[in-house]
Design a protein around this ligand. Structure first.
Ligand code: SF4
Length: 172
């Protein structure tokens, strides 16, 4: 049975394989296009990124967290840099388990906007968007599961900050 560190390395390496990053980016682009068509709009209040006070959590797979880390940080000591694809250069966040929100929130805004996970893109606090969100989330999860099966990857679903802490613990 793989250790946690080995699992994170498996996901990280898979995200670097030819075609995998493109598939993941394609899913993000697809949800952005669907949001544009939906008529829902994020007011960018930053409230939903303060998880405790807002009262919700983000969940995603280890593969998504590992891919995200490859975009914004790269393994420690790899010299992979700390800039996102179209984000300003950012430092590695301090994961504070007692913190009130996402470690990537900067001055009330998202510090990794171009690389933020699917779960951030599909969430709206706008009334009436709930069913739309659930449908898109289920479609996305089905695609992510299919990708895991195709690549023969272990599937793990986790809370965002716990995932970031796990990845950091594995040196990602
Ligand atoms: S990644 Fe960005 S949008 Fe997502 S919770 Fe963190 S600050 Fe908010």
């Amino acid at each position: 049975m793989a250790t946690d560190g080995e699992l994170w390395r498996v996901w990280y390496d898979a995200a670097q394989r030819s075609g995998v990053a493109e598939r993941l980016r394609g899913l993000l682009d697809e949800i952005d296009a669907q949001v544009d068509k939906s008529g829902f709009a994020c007011q960018q209040s930053g409230r939903c990124c303060k998880f405790e006070s807002f009262g919700h959590r983000l969940y995603m797979t280890g593969l998504e967290v590992a891919w995200f880390r490859s975009l914004v940080g790269g393994p420690k000591g790899s010299g992979a840099g700390v800039s996102g694809s179209d984000d300003k250069t950012i430092g590695l966040p301090v994961i504070d388990p007692k913190g009130d929100g996402c470690p990537y929130q900067v001055d009330g805004g998202c510090g990794v906007h171009g690389d933020r996970p699917f779960a951030c893109r599909v969430f709206f606090c706008q009334e009436g968007s709930e069913d739309w969100q659930v449908q898109r989330y289920e479609m996305f999860q089905a695609e992510i599961k299919r990708l895991h099966e195709e690549l023969g990857l272990p599937y793990r679903y986790m809370e965002w900050r716990a995932g970031l802490a796990g990845a950091a613990g594995a040196g990602l």
